[in-house]
Design a protein around this ligand. Structure first.
Ligand code: NAP
Length: 332
């Protein structure tokens, strides 16, 4: 059994902790938080052990009657730490993990040099035995999964416009609530980030924040080496793991409908781990392919975090790990 601690139990960390506890080959040693809020109390109700990541805050937990240990002490007993703390905190934590020689997985809010940038189906083998892995951001993971599927056709050039959700559903800190906010830094950081995973030399990304919490939507234009027909592309996406084709003709007209379908599927927290491509949007003109895809930012990187553990410990091949992870999360 691989002994895992999840440091940071927010949007990503709580989903990853639940996914860890579903794996037959993993054991969740506990989760770490800084404060004794409702998420801490619910984690204890679930039977998770809690560790405090800021020593001076232990008394805050005690005052709430919560018995918690110190993160640093708990780390002695683990094989891998999955760090789901906010952007930049993971880099500070890496110093602590290095000191005690613990392997760690970081999230997409960290800089690329923190570890091997990882999307399981694209570059699993690069992460085998790596001490540190970065599961790239939700947007980059979404781009890499579908562009990775097209690599066999030869990609000449990619242009992607990303319409980004401006906050997560549980977030009251950010906006806008009534505006579209263009990111005037062009290309947005996603182009370079995709290149940390896939060898695509010509890629341009442009991002715009929109007042929604539900999902990101990407509009992609991909120049291929030679003309393909739409059915070939549809079959390729259909046969690629963690990609789901959805259809306007079935009533999936928006991100709201995708989220509703995830709830109807009985997915935990209504999560949609797969990148959803509107089949109706797949169009070919000459050598150029167009399609629209949606990314559930809260959950699409969860399977990557699980596969990253198996890669860094060289436990399974890419396909074996993906199969186990998919089965545990109900990804068909
Ligand atoms: P989040 O919801 O804000 O959760 C952060 C967690 O880290 C909380 O449990 C928090 O604990 C803990 N934490 C806060 N400050 C800390 C500190 N100084 N030291 C240790 N722990 C601390 O964050 P998130 O959205 O899950 O993002 C985590 C990472 O995933 C980031 O790198 C982000 O870029 C990446 N990511 C996010 C999304 C997304 O859509 N949210 C998607 C893909 C990747 P307390 O609540 O107890 O303070």
């Amino acid at each position: 059994m691989v002994r895992i601690l999840v440091n940071g139990y927010g949007t990503i960390g709580k989903r990853v902790a639940d996914a860890v506890s579903l794996q037959k080959d993993f054991e969740l040693i506990g989760i770490a938080k800084t404060k004794p809020d409702f998420e801490a109390k619910l984690a204890i109700e679930k039977g998770y052990s809690i560790f405090c990541s800021i020593d001076k805050n232990i008394d805050l937990f005690k005052k709430e009657g919560l018995d918690v240990g110190k993160l640093e002490e708990a780390l002695d007993d683990v094989d891998v730490v999955i760090d789901g703390t906010p952007d930049g905190i993971g880099a500070q934590n890496k110093i602590m993990y290095q000191k005690i020689k613990k392997k760690a997985i970081f999230e997409g809010g960290e800089e690329a040099d923190i570890g091997v940038s990882f999307v399981a189906q694209c570059n699993y083998d690069k992460a085998i035995n790596a001490p540190y892995i970065r599961c790239v951001s939700c947007n980059t993971t979404g781009l890499c999964r579908t562009l990775g599927a097209l690599q066999g056709f030869g990609i000449e050039k990619v242009s992607a416009t990303l319409i980004r959700r401006s906050a997560d559903p549980n977030d009251i800190k950010t906006g806008p609530i009534n505006a579209l906010v263009p990111d005037v830094e062009i290309p947005s950081h996603h182009a370079e980030d995709v290149q940390t995973v896939l060898p695509i030399s010509n890629i341009m990304t442009i991002a715009i924040k929109a007042p929604t919490t539900l999902m990101h939507v990407h509009s992609l234009t991909v120049e291929l080496n030679e003309k393909q027909n739409e059915d070939t592309i549809i079959d390729t996406f259909k046969n690629t793991t963690r990609i789901r084709l959805v259809n306007v003709k079935d009533g999936i007209k928006s991100t709201a409908h995708i989220m509703e379908s995830a709830r109807d599927m009985g997915r935990k927290r209504g999560d949609m781990y797969e990148i959803c491509i509107w089949q109706d949007s797949i169009k070919i003109k000459g050598n150029t392919l167009y399609y629209l895809q949606a990314i559930h930012q809260e959950s699409n990187v969860v399977p990557e975090n699980i596969d990253a553990v198996r890669a860094m410990l060289n436990l399974d091949s890419r396909d074996e790990s993906i199969k186990k992870t998919n089965k545990s999360l109900g990804i068909i």
